[in-house]
Write a protein that binds this ligand. Structure first.
Ligand code: FAD
Ligand code: NAP
Length: 489
């Protein structure tokens, strides 16, 4: 019998709203102890882990703690505004959040407002799913000059992440250079070059839309350290660039030497991606396409075999005037090929540099094991090493790669590990835990008031109505203060 059950047997009047324990006519009626699990982070990993636990066990209760007053992580603050279909996962997450055995507590910064150890005391298990909120640095001189931005911040700016509201990127130059050739780089290039007539009907923030309307950027170079056969983006995103209205591709055919010959041996997805690149780079297009390209006032290009070595300063040293790139050659072949320096360099004049070489998880609490080399929480199938009762999922578990479907799979795996541990008795759930009851009390003493899911729905409603009035699916609130005001009014 669990400790709580023993303690309250015979108590005359006892109700506990959130649990299924009911007392009537002076007799306490108890169901068995509910395993209480808490999830840190409400992105895809947090929600998919919670969903799988709730579905897999009829008794588990899951509380999701989120730093921001609004849920959904990168689905809200990362996914490009012109990809609304991707955001449909929010409907599934909402169903999970509204499940009788799930609670959402936004506006709680774990590691600051409450420690992971405190959560571990209050819950049978804690799952860390707080994503990758940092970014890899290039580690080159000039990286901090005005005019250099991380893709993380640039994306956060056009998607309304409160901490990026003031970014005000320099769009007064003609050429922008993006470093890295993953899907984030292509998102950024597309947003920089898209006709604003397309963007104005998306949930891009109004300040970003206005800045892009005034933008002087006409040419975007997307630079990779390796070759076309190693490019990190996927075909859908590349095709969107190739067909982007008002733009033409501007490639260097020399970069594609030997690529045609390698085609037959490539695995199918890479083969199709490479064919599309070759079509844009070296094939003579049909007359209609030639005409479209002639009329296009903006251009984009993939540049290969180039690594950033120095951000070139303007004459007064205050801002970016260009970037120096080292010219590389490849050692080895296929996906594993490595870029090695040739000793040659090349300067590109540009006023805007966006570093898109990957996100990075951060340590939010010193009590949590953290592999700072890989920037992940070391784990086996989601079980945090040497930390019984502590689990992880999503980008914090795997590193910052993978689409939402990949995150779904790795989150389900973590949920499975946790349930296996419960079934095998490796995770002790015999003693009742206080869960959100004690955590909310603790937060109250610290002046922290959580935003619950119905509060978020008020924010959601206001944003959708603001959007409707200007022909957008939503107009996001841009500050935490404004979000809280709407949530609690
Ligand atoms: P996140 O989504 O980052 O969620 C982490 C959550 O934890 C956030 O809500 C954060 O606020 C919260 N958090 C952080 N710190 C704390 C703390 N201390 N306390 C409490 N909460 C905290 N995939 C696709 O399939 N399609 C796309 O179009 C697509 N576009 C993308 C665009 C960009 C720019 C990026 C970066 C990724 C994109 N992805 C896309 C990939 C997808 O977003 C990821 O696979 C997924 O979001 C990873 O989920 P996660 O939950 O691990 O991290
Ligand atoms: P990514 O796909 O890992 O790409 C990172 C890029 O940065 C690669 O080109 C990589 O080159 C380069 N790079 C890394 N370190 C570098 C260095 N030190 N110097 C120079 N270049 C360096 O990461 P991402 O673009 O941030 O995307 C993260 C994940 O989100 C991916 O899985 C992506 O598919 C997903 N996502 C999906 C969508 C979508 O589905 N529409 C949109 C955005 C993001 P190397 O290959 O040489 O390492």
């Amino acid at each position: 019998m669990c400790a709580f059950k023993r303690l309250f047997t015979g108590v005359t009047l006892w109700t506990w709203r959130r649990s299924r324990w009911i007392s009537r006519h002076g007799k306490a009626v108890f169901s068995s102890c509910k395993p209480k699990v808490c999830v840190v982070g409400s992105g895809p990993a947090g929600f998919y882990t919670a969903q799988h636990l709730i579905k897999g066990r009829h008794d588990v209760e899951v509380d999701i703690y989120e730093r921001l007053p609004v849920p959904f992580g990168l689905v809200r603050f990362g996914v490009a505004p012109d990809h609304p279909e991707v955001k449909n996962v929010i409907n599934t997450f909402t169903q999970t959040a509204k499940h009788a055995r799930c609670n959402f507590y936004g506006n709680v910064d774990v590691g600051k407002d409450v420690s992971v150890q405190e959560l571990q005391q209050a819950y049978h298990a804690v799952i860390l799913s707080y994503g990758a909120e940092g970014n890899r640095r290039m580690g080159i001189p000039g990286e901090d000059l005005a005019g250099v931005y991380s893709a993380k911040d640039f994306v956060g700016w056009y998607n309304g992440l409160p901490s990026c509201r003031e970014l005000s990127p320099n769009l007064s130059c003609e050429t922008a250079v993006i470093l890295g050739q993953g899907n984030v780089a292509l998102d950024v290039a597309r947003i920089l070059l898209s006709p604003t007539d397309i963007l104005k009907n998306t949930d891009i923030t109004q300040p970003a839309l206005e800045a892009l309307m005034e933008s002087k950027v006409r040419r975007v170079l997307i630079v990779g350290r390796r070759g076309p056969l190693q490019i990190a983006c996927t075909i859908k995103e590349l095709r969107e660039m190739v067909t982007l209205p008002g733009t033409r591709p501007e490639m260097m055919p020399a970069d594609f030497e030997g690529v045609l010959e390698a085609l037959p041996d490539l695995p199918r997805p890479r083969k199709r991606l490479t064919e599309l690149m070759l079509k844009a780079a070296v094939k003579l297009p049909l007359e209609e396409e030639q005409e479209r390209r002639r009329k296009s006032s903006r251009s984009w290009g993939l540049r290969f075999f180039r690594s950033p070595v120095l951000v070139l300063p303007s004459p007064d040293g205050t801002r970016t005037a260009g970037i120096r790139l080292a010219v590389n050659k490849l050692q080895g072949s296929g996906e594993a090929a490595r870029a090695v320096l040739t000793g040659n360099v090349e300067d590109v004049t540009c006023g805007l540099v966006i570093s898109s070489i990957g996100y990075k998880s951060l340590l939010i609490d010193p009590s949590v094991p953290f592999d700072s080399g890989k920037a992940i929480v070391p784990n086996q199938m989601g079980r945090v090493q040497q930390s019984p009762g502590l689990y992880c999922s999503g980008w914090l578990k795997t590193g910052p790669t993978g689409v939402i479907a990949t995150t779904l799979n790795n989150s389900f795996d973590t949920a499975r590990s946790l349930m296996e541990d419960m079934d095998a008795g490796k995770l002790d759930t015999s003693a009742a835990k206080s869960g959100s009851q004690s955590i909310r009390k603790l937060l109250e003493t610290r002046g922290v008031k959580p935003v619950i899911f119905s509060d978020w729905e008020k924010i959601d409603d206001v944003e959708m109505r603001m959007g409707e009035s200007v022909g957008k699916p939503r107009e996001k609130l841009l500050t935490v203060e404004k979000m809280l005001q709407v949530a609690w009014e």
